[in-house]
Design a protein around this ligand. Structure first.
Ligand SMILES: [Zn+2]
Ligand SMILES: [Zn+2]
Length: 384
């Protein structure tokens, strides 16, 4: 089975690598990835997948699936294809997309024998407002037995974790008045924001160590001789786990309510961007993934600190997930740079595409053919 998967990957490698290069030459920002989406969908159709465009109502999202018609698990792969301003595919999402594509082609070739389904989710705008969050809100991944993704990196690492990031905006509405002639008539919305800001500073020592609050005042009034009738502040709460970040947000809301009470201003609060949940890597799944990654020649190191945030985190609360890091083995290579983008279309990039696609397909085969493994994956997932 392994030899067959590797043969299918090899046979189609050059054709699919052309799509990596096409994306490199035509980088598109988040939610504008029309060319990349089109190229992916055309390739999936050509290889016999069913393709749903504008998946979840998102113009550049898609879902490509192949059902063997025999019972078995559903293996999900995520494909990202957004680029960055100035540096094009400096995060290597052109390789993420094509690894999912080539991996799915290889896995599909054995499904007639082993059963199950493969589904590839085209997930736009990872670098900006992360479509996976909106897609997870619509339960897009709930039908997957597992979800896998392969991300290029300087050094290969295990899936690890990422921080949960929750945004919140506070708006206070007061009453304008002349600041000297009749201040007693005014309600000072800026005072409410200042109380909120200081209150949040005061609770920093009384929350779990990994809780972070970051905030700015985005509106503090218009003129010094007018009592501000409107003021606004934007905050993020970051934490290792979703539940901790949610608790931090609840504390901020309580402080904001207190600030409104103290000043008489009216409070509104809302989420101004998508929340990114922490990545809850499924360790049972990760072990199998890393085993295949190593057999493909990657010297995988343990995951680093994971202080960033990934929208795959939201998926990991809906299905067991792995976000594998494939490495160019070049510690001097910096992600989000032009040099990183250039590397994706070299022979190194071509070899990484091969290793990542094979790892994804071989992990899928194991999940489908090893019921004990799937049982352990699900048990662990249900405990998060
Ligand atoms: Zn990035
Ligand atoms: Zn990235």
């Amino acid at each position: 089975m392994r030899d067959h998967i590797l043969r299918v990957v090899d046979t189609n490698l050059d054709e699919i690598f052309e799509i990596t290069k096409f994306m490199y030459e035509n980088p598109e920002l988040g939610n504008e990835e029309f060319k990349a989406c089109q190229a992916m969908c055309e390739a999936f159709k050509k290889f016999g997948f069913e393709v749903e465009r504008e998946f979840c109502g998102i113009p550049t999202a898609f879902k490509a699936s192949y059902d063997s018609g025999k019972p078995g698990p559903t293996i999900g792969f995520c494909a990202e294809y957004d680029a960055l301003p100035g540096v094009g595919h400096g995060c290597g999402h052109n390789l993420i997309a094509t690894s999912a594509l080539l991996g799915a082609i290889a896995l599909k070739s054995v499904l007639g024998e082993i059963g199950g389904k493969v589904e590839v989710y085209g997930t736009p705008a990872e670098e900006t407002d992360g479509a996976k969050a909106a897609m997870a809100d619509q339960n897009a991944f709930a039908g997957c037995s597992v979800v896998l993704m392969a991300h290029p990196a300087a050094i290969p690492e295990t899936s690890g974790s990422s921080m949960c990031l929750m945004p919140i905006t506070f708006r206070f509405y007061g009453k304008a008045a002349h600041a000297s002639a009749c201040p007693e008539e005014g309600i000072n919305a800026l005072d409410a924001v200042i109380q909120l800001y200081n209150g949040i500073n005061a609770i920093r020592q009384h929350v779990p160590n990994d809780t972070q609050f970051h905030g700015v005042i985005t509106n503090g009034g218009v003129a010094a001789n007018i009592v501000p009738d409107f003021a606004e502040a934007q905050f993020y709460c970051r934490a290792k786990r979703k539940a901790t970040a949610e608790a931090g947000i609840e504390k901020m809301i309580k402080i904001a309510e207190g600030a409104a009470l103290m000043t008489g201003a009216r409070l509104e609060h809302f989420r101004h961007e998508a929340a990114y949940y922490d990545l809850a890597t499924n360790q049972a799944l990760c072990e199998v993934f890393v085993k295949h990654q190593r057999e493909m020649g990657e010297n995988v190191r343990p995951a680093g600190k994971g202080n960033g945030s990934l929208d795959l985190g939201n998926v990991s609360y809906q299905a067991p997930c792995v976000h594998g890091w494939f490495g160019f083995e070049d510690p001097n290579l910096v992600v989000h740079s032009k040099e990183f983008a250039d590397r994706t279309v070299t022979e190194d990039g071509r070899q990484m595409l091969k290793r990542a696609a094979a790892t994804m397909a071989l992990t899928g085969v194991d999940v489908i053919t090893d019921p004990e493994l799937l049982k352990n994956i699900i048990l662990e997932f249900e405990a998060i």
